[in-house]
Design a binder for this molecule. Structure first.
Ligand code: CP
Ligand code: NVA
Length: 318
């Protein structure tokens, strides 16, 4: 695998391999053996949108794997003034060993990957947030494993037959990556959203084997669920729709009523940043904070798994 551009492009085995490596790297943090996989490498982060978790976890991961990171705000480089993605990819491929990109159009990360000669990681576009969903799956798998009180051979086996529910803007990047994850891993995914915030039929068609159902009634969507998940109602780039979104999405808040409809030990997860009182009530957030911050921590372990996998496959020519 040369790039990580989407969840849609991953097989079940590839997802399992990322999760297993993430678990291993989590257990061995601080005890890494030399030579470190990114020794002598410089990776750039090109970010056209704000970030706390993705930026910091990638910068720390690159350093802990022996490499150097270079943060390039999209508007600090010529890309932000109209230089083409193609020329940027060709030039940066002469200097650096890999790139992590956060931008708007999915096409930009795809173009960079096609034209350049270095690994490209999608750190969030308007269409997908693959690194987030891999960390979410790692967290869900760990929690299911500890609830089962036994080690299972594959974390992805644990998701089979389970029900996850995404509440809010079900047409956003995070929701779309969850749809593609459900298509690969055979869990049931419910999307609780008003009709105008449900995914486009073309997205659902691309996940044709997935057990994905849209619900306009949030309570009905939550009934008997194993995992309740939400994301901000106002994704980056949608700030002008703030007022309208807050009104239309209000019935899709994860709150005590919703939690009571789910399984008694259902997990509540949030990719963060969270806006308490909007997509999640403050009391539900606080009661599930330990899972949510484990999920945030897992961003670091999974970023290391992604960087290690891409650099290993480049070196082995696979
Ligand atoms: N969840 C997530 O991607 O957070 P950041 O926007 O802070 O990177
Ligand atoms: N859907 C959100 C995710 C933030 C991590 C956004 O795109 O802003």
């Amino acid at each position: 695998m040369k790039h990580l551009l989407s969840i849609e492009s991953l097989s079940r085995d590839e997802i399992e391999a990322f999760l297993q490596l993430g678990l291993k790297l989590k257990a061995s943090r601080g005890k890494a053996r030399q030579p470190l996989p990114l020794t002598g490498e410089t990776w750039a982060l090109i970010f056209g949108k704000s970030s706390t978790r993705t930026r910091v976890s990638f910068e720390v991961a690159i350093r802990e794997l022996g490499g150097q990171s270079l943060f390039l705000g999209m508007h600090d480089i010529q890309l932000g003034r109209g230089e083409s993605v193609e020329d940027t990819a060709l030039v940066l491929s002469r200097y650096i060993h890999g790139v992590v990109i956060r931008t708007y159009a999915q096409k930009e990360v795809e173009t960079f990957a096609r034209v350049g000669s270095i690994p490209v990681i999608n750190a969030l576009t308007d269409d997908e947030h693959p690194c987030q969903i891999l960390a979410d799956l790692l967290t869900w798998g760990e929690k299911l494993q500890s609830a089962a009180r036994k080690k299972s051979r594959g974390l992805t086996d644990l998701f089979r037959g389970k029900t996850a529910v995404f509440f809010g803007d079900a047409a956003c990047n995070v929701a779309q990556s969850w749809i593609f994850a459900a298509a690969r891993l055979n869990f049931h995914l419910r999307l609780a959203a008003p009709r105008s915030y449900q995914p486009a039929p073309s997205i659902l068609a691309r996940a044709q084997h997935a057990e994905v159902r849209c619900f306009e009634d949030a309570h009905q969507a939550a009934e008997g669920a194993d995992l309740l998940y939400t994301d901000t109602w106002i994704s980056m780039g949608k700030e002008e729709e703030k007022k309208e979104r807050a009104e239309v999405l209000a019935p899709y808040q994860i709150n005590t009523r919703i939690v009571r409809a789910a399984q008694p030990r259902a997990l509540v997860m949030h990719c963060l940043p969270a806006y308490r009182g909007q997509e999640i009530s403050a009391d539900v957030f606080e009661s599930h904070a330990s899972t949510i911050f484990d999920e945030a921590e897992n961003r670091l372990h999974i970023q290391k798994a992604i960087l290690t996998t891409l650099t290993r496959s480049l070196k082995s020519g696979r």
